[in-house]
Structure formats: C-alpha cells, structure tokens
Design a binder for this molecule. Sequence first.
Ligand SMILES: Cc1ncc(COP(=O)(O)O)c(C=O)c1O
Length: 400
Amino acid sequence: MTTTRHDELAIDGGSPVRTTFLPYAHQQISDDDVAAVVAALRSDWLTTGPRVPVFEAGLVRATGARHAIAFSSGTAALHGAAVVAGLGPGDEAVTTPMTFAATANAVLYAGAEVRFADVDPGTLIIEPELVAAAMTPRTRAILPVDYAGHPADYAALRRIADAAPGRRVTIIADASHSLGATRDGRSVGTLADMTVLSLHPAKILTTGEGGAVLTDDDDLAAHLRRFRNHGIATELAARTDWTYAMVELGYNYRLTDIGAALGSSQLERLGSFLERRRALAVRYLDRLGGHPYLDVPTVEPGVDPAWHFCFAQLRLDRLRVDRGGVYKALRAEGIGVNVHYIPVHQHPYYRGRYPGLAFPVADAAYERLLTLPLHAGMTTSDVDDVVAALDKVTRAYRVD
Ligand SMILES: Cc1ncc(COP(=O)(O)O)c(C=O)c1O
C-alpha cells in the first residue's frame, strides 16, 4: 500500500487533521456571565452573600432537589457529604475505582476507610452486585460516580443499602459529571440521599472553582450549611449583632458571591449546554458505533446522560501500539484526548494504604481508555475531526 502525505501521521511528520488544538473540555463564558461577575465585584459582597442563596435556589429549580448547599469545590462538597452521612473512624464506605481520587479521599478525610467495587465494562459505572459483595457490617455509605454523565443504577443501590441489617447506609452520588442527566425520568439530584456536583471549569456548569450538595433531607442540609462555615450555626449575612455560636468543628468551604454570580448566569444556559452535549454524543456514537478498532460507551435503558465527556476503549488486540501510542498520535493530530481515570487503587498513596488491590474490569479498561473531547463550545464538524483522526491513527497502527 502506498501512503500519501495525507495518510502519514502528524507524529511522523504528516499533516495533522486539525491545525487548531481541540481541548477535551472548555468552559463557555458569555458576555452575560462577565457582566454578572462584574456586578458581583462592584457589590458589597465578595465572599458568601446574597448571590449564593440565589444560585442555590437556581440549582433547586434545575434539579428538583429540595435543598442545594453550595461549596468552594466538589471535593469540599464530598467531604461535607461524607461527614454529615456520619462516616467516621471504624466505618467503611464503598466506591468505584474508576473516578478522580477526590471521591475516595472524602471518605478518608472523614476518618473512615474505603472499599472499592468494580465497574460495568460498557458504562464503567459501579456494579450494584459488586457493591453488595464489598459491603461489611462496618459499611455506612455508598459513593457511586455517574461516570461520563451517565447516572448509576440508584434503584438497585437503594435496595442493597436498605437490605443492610441494623443500620442506615447513606447513598452519596458523585454527580460531578452528570448535572442535568435523568434516569427513568428522574433528575440527578433526586436519585440519592445526597448528590454532589463539581462546578470546576471542565464540568457542565462552572463557578470557577465550586461545588454543591443536593438533598431532600432538612437535617442533612442544615448540617452541611454549618459544616461549610466553620461549624457556625448562623451565616454572616443573617446575623444581627456580633454573636455567633460555633457548635461543631467545621471548615471554610464557602463559595464566593463572585462564583455564585457566574453560576446563576450559567444556569440560564444549562438547557442549551445539555442539548449541545447530547447532540455531539449522538454524533460520536453514530460515527464510531461498530468501529473495528474501538468500543464506544453503553447507555443503559431509561438513561439520558449529561455527557460530561465521551470515551472510547481501544481494541488493543488489533493494534500494534498501546493506548499511550494512540494518545500521542492523536494529540499530534490536534485532538486533545485525555484519560479518565487512573483507577484510584493504582495511585501510590492508595497502593500504600490498601496493598494488593486489583479490579479486573477497571484495570483492563484503564489500559485501553481514551476520553474524547466533548464540550458545549464544539460543533459536529469538531466531532468529525476527532472521528477522522481516530480512523487515521487506528488504521496506521492496525496489525492486519
Ligand atoms: C468524579 C469527580 N469527583 C470529584 C471531583 C472533584 O471536584 P472539584 O475539582 O470541584 O474539587 C471531580 C472533578 O475533578 C470529578 O470529576
């Protein structure tokens, strides 16, 4: 076969599919967002003031949860959820290895220990039966992650949690990827005891840095509000004199009014962000379904994911390079592929803390996983560039 310059990989000196680099994620900032932030900067409040409850009310409207409690990051929100769930020394919580370390770290911050349960090979989401197998008499919480924006099977997890004899097992959804997704017609935010959002710029909606916990439980909500504010029962804006009571050990995990202003402005466009992400994902699945050198994500019946990103699992048996080789070649083609995630138990800290762990599905998926660019600023022609680059690189590296 003769190779034309067009077929030659950019990494080998050929022309790239794209001359402008396509990042895997990027925030969408409009003039209205800028104006909202400027108005906050010109107001009397920079830290938590009147714009935070307005943003929280917007999250309540968008998700159908009864309460939204804003935090300074998704990680801080996870820490809060772990503590108010009652996790502490002597307790355990079950989570997935296929996540950012922050999910498991929150359990450790609360003084409890982590147990991992493996994931489904098509969705890379925690398998309820494996959660049941990982539970012990010490288990007090389950932390599923809505990987790539696809809600976990909360009904099955609820049955497992409720079957635990003699104690309440709290379900904390890590919905950092899934704001706006639904399962069986129910919105993320209403599927678990507590639902944690990350509002980092790579996510569906951003406050710069930020996060939130959604819950229907009045007591958990009140506890979360104290926890994010040093354990103080009254917030600054609600005080009438100098007095306040610190009633438990909390943290400064407050969202700023600057971030809340951005979040409220972004919430106006949540519907259009989701619509665009879903259209791009449909295009990926249409164009890549049945691909000879990679597998696309599975979507379970009744699920409408929010598509924080799309992912592909390479058919390494048909390629003569590993995932690292494909990753480098795609980046040279101008495609900002990434990898989510290095399984948590493979990080040196977790290897030291919990030696010898192996999870066959997550470990095998990690070896062949690539995150494909997907954000609300992309067009279908950007998706076509990613598909063209995947075709070009996998064809160049095929074994047959
Ligand atoms: C699944 C998951 N959990 C937790 C986090 C932590 O969120 P944050 O970066 O807002 O602290 C992230 C974000 O990176 C995430 O993707």
